[in-house]
Design a protein around this ligand. Structure first.
Ligand code: MG
Length: 160
């Protein structure tokens, strides 16, 4: 078995869509980034790559590469899922936490879980997503950005 951890932050800014876990969330601001800046999906990808010993998303999908400008992070996640299977691993579970003061994310959590599970070819129960505020403290508390942590457990697929 292998565990992995991922962490990501993106800045909130006007004039961008807010996309978390492949779900568009109505809000006055969105996350700034080279891709769609889906901070949750980025943290999950880094956890999966980390568990496989395959470095990080910056290595595989560099933000200096025009191919990833405005990229749909679910497509990148699908690619990470393929790399993981090729490396002989399968996902046991993923658990992630989004640190976000506003907007309220609860109504969108199950859609995010379904998106990530579908793209990784997992059962919905293998992906758990939580959201919390930081009680008004720090950059997430002040609404300057959104952060996400993710952990995962993988198993070698061919182990008998
Ligand atoms: Mg990112």
């Amino acid at each position: 078995m292998r565990i992995g951890h991922g962490y990501d932050v993106h800045r909130l800014t006007e004039g961008r869509k807010l996309i978390l876990g492949g779900t568009e969330i109505p809000y006055e601001k969105g996350l700034l980034g080279h891709s769609d800046a889906d901070v949750l999906t980025h943290a999950v990808m880094d956890a999966l790559l980390g568990a496989c010993g395959l470095q990080d998303i910056g290595t595989h999908f560099p933000d200096t590469d025009a191919a990833y400008k405005g990229a749909d992070s679910l497509k990148l996640l699908s690619e990470v899922g393929r790399m993981l299977r090729e490396a002989g691993y399968r996902v046991e579970n993923i658990d992630a936490t989004i640190l976000c003061q506003r907007p309220k994310l609860r109504p969108f959590i199950s859609a995010m879980q379904s998106n990530l599970a579908r793209v990784l070819e997992l059962e919905p129960g293998q992906v758990n997503i939580k959201a919390t505020t930081e009680e008004g403290l720090g950059f997430t508390g002040e609404g300057l950005g959104i952060a996400a942590h993710a952990v995962c457990l993988l198993e070698k697929a061919d182990l008998r």
